[in-house]
Ligand binder design. Structure first.
Ligand code: PLP
Length: 539
């Protein structure tokens, strides 16, 4: 698969007939092509100097050991010696540095440009956060350090918890979950523990169509059957359908608010009242709390559990798999079941509650989500962000995020179909469909065309309620100038797709890789490098 052919052009760089000229090196100007480390490394090279091992049977360090059995060991491995190659690529230090630096330049990053992924909140992470997170007292703490020696770190957790509870109007918060989806699991486990405590086994979790995909996945993982509740034509939960389905088997409803159509669920209070009356709990997916922070308190809407993605609402970097942080705020009904540990303040001391003591404190805790307290680095970043914005600044975050998304929506709705534009203003993200593109053109062509324009594509084909969905989230950290340029690029690409410009079908033309077979790449990823001879034999 990954062999270099005679021309030096690797097949995965793109299909034949590519518009971009070939070069001898495969490089495109200063965008450097990079082979796999196994293809460029050789077993004969190494980046370090290690003195040769003393011969087996000889004494180490030139000194004769008085003990004959020690002498025989030689290399201290009992005479065992490697008899074939270890199979690691060998590169010198400068080659290694270049390899990884070249690869890193093929990444797109929020620090490089606008990153319009919907439902992901890719916003600027203020450098102040980084400075604080790197302070020695925070960066170097060990999770097992004696509580007396880490009072400052515990104070950060305690203060951040106080902000989260205050901003959401909830009873308590479990700080340890390490991502949004992990927080969902924490909330659902608390709900299950609460139901079990009252001897009420319920088996179903309802997830509206406009919920995030992680919601049904979480419920299923926790052992519940999940059932869909349809969306109304205006993109919100169908209240009548929900009402009709509630009953003694429903443990919880999981609602994403704002939902994945970018809309605020206006009926959430009514929904909560109905679910509570039927004996169930309300889980709210609050990953995108940045759209409503300072404006709405989920506690006032009857929510029982909600995770907050610190890495979305309160900045802190995410991508590349982490690190995230997903604290879960809990209602009075669920608070007793929260996982350990907890930071509490007694007098002027912070203490860490590590164990439940039946009948005394946290006796009903369902257990633990993580070994330790959670993501300390994210806590320091989030608290820095919160304190540097203040209560009024956080409110403005929500207002600006919503204003920016509506600016995009209104600037594109004349060229792109916006199925819920008539449902009123959107929240933090704008949703479009592929309706109106020329025959044979799709959302994928628009996404690939955007790559040539220098943008990471928006979220595509999600949510599923809209055909060929394009979900665009600008966030509050982008200026009007940045959005205007993006809008210009979008309008240009969309007009090519509407006119049937065939060159768009083979975009991207300027990226390090051309259009890939994404289905194959996802279904049959080639994750293990094989030496070319073996690869041929295996085919
Ligand atoms: C991002 C997101 C999640 C998942 O959060 P992770 O931190 O990626 O696990 C869940 N729900 C919604 C609505 C999200 O936007």
């Amino acid at each position: 698969m990954s062999g270099i052919n005679e021309s030096g052009w690797r097949p995965e760089m793109g299909e034949a007939g590519s518009a971009a000229p070939m070069t001898y090196t495969g490089n495109r100007a200063l965008m450097l092509e990079e082979a796999l480390i196994f293809e460029i490394g050789s077993m004969q090279t190494t980046g370090v100097d290690i003195s040769p091992l003393p011969p087996a049977g000889g004494a180490g360090g030139g000194r004769e050991s008085p003990n004959p059995s020690r002498r025989r060991e030689g290399n201290r491995l009992g005479g065992l010696e490697r008899n074939r190659d270890i199979g690691l690529p060998g590169l010198s230090e400068p080659e290694t540095v270049r390899h990884y630096t070249r690869l890193s330049r093929q990444n797109y990053a929020i620090d490089l440009g606008f990153f319009p992924l919907g439902s992901c909140t890719m916003k600027h992470n203020p450098r102040l956060n980084e400075k604080v997170a790197r302070m020695k007292g925070f960066a170097d703490v060990h999770p097992l350090a004696p509580v007396q020696s880490v009072q400052g770190a515990l104070a950060v957790i305690h203060q951040l918890a106080h902000w989260l509870v205050t901003l959401t109007g909830m009873e308590s918060v479990a700080m340890s979950p390490k991502a949004g989806a992990h927080g969902e699991l924490c909330g659902i486990l608390a709900i299950r523990a609460a139901l079990e405590a009252r001897g009420d086994a319920r088996s179903v979790v309802l997830c509206p169509e406009s919920a995030h995909g992680t919601n049904p996945a979480t419920a299923a993982f926790a052992g519940y059957e999940t059932e869909n509740i349809p969306a109304t034509p205006e993109g919100r939960v169908d209240l009548e359908a929900l009402k009709a389905r509630l009953g003694p088997d429903v443990a919880a409803v999981m609602i994403t608010n704002p939902n994945t159509c970018g809309l605020f669920e206006r009926d959430l209070k009514t929904i909560s009242d109905l679910v509570h009356a039927a004996g169930g709990f309300v889980y709210c997916d609050g990953a995108n709390f940045n759209a409503i922070v300072g404006r709405v308190r989920p506690g006032d809407l009857g929510v029982d559990a909600m995770h907050i993605n610190l890495h979305k609402t309160f900045s802190t970097p995410h991508g590349g798999g982490g690190p995230g942080s997903g604290p879960v705020v809990l209602s009075k009904a669920l608070a007793p079941f929260a996982p350990l540990p907890f930071v509490e303040k007694q007098g002027d001391q912070y203490i860490l509650i590590e164990e439940e003591i039946a009948g005394q404190h946290h006796g009903q805790s369902f257990g633990r989500m993580t070994a330790f307290h959670g993501q300390m680095g994210m806590f320091t970043r989030a608290l820095s962000y919160i304190m540097s914005h203040g209560a009024d600044g956080l409110r403005q975050v929500a207002e600006d995020a919503v204003l920016n998304a509506n600016y995009l929506l209104r600037s594109l709705e004349d060229v792109l179909d916006a199925p819920f534009a008539a449902s009123g203003p959107c929240m933090h993200e704008a949703l479009f469909s592929d309706k109106g593109l020329a025959e044979g053109f799709s959302t994928l062509d628009i996404a690939k065309g955007l790559i040539d324009e220098g943008y990471h594509p928006m979220t595509v084909y999600f949510p599923l309620v809209v055909h060929g969905a394009m979900l665009v989230e600008p966030t509050e950290t982008e200026s009007k100038a940045v959005m205007d340029q993006f809008i210009g690029a979008m309008r240009s690409v969309v007009s090519r797709a509407k006119k049937g410009d065939a060159s768009l079908r083979s975009a991207p033309h300027f990226a390090p890789r051309r259009r890939l077979d994404e289905t194959q790449a996802a279904r049959k990823p080639v994750l293990v490098w094989q030496e070319p001879e073996q690869a041929v034999a295996a085919e």
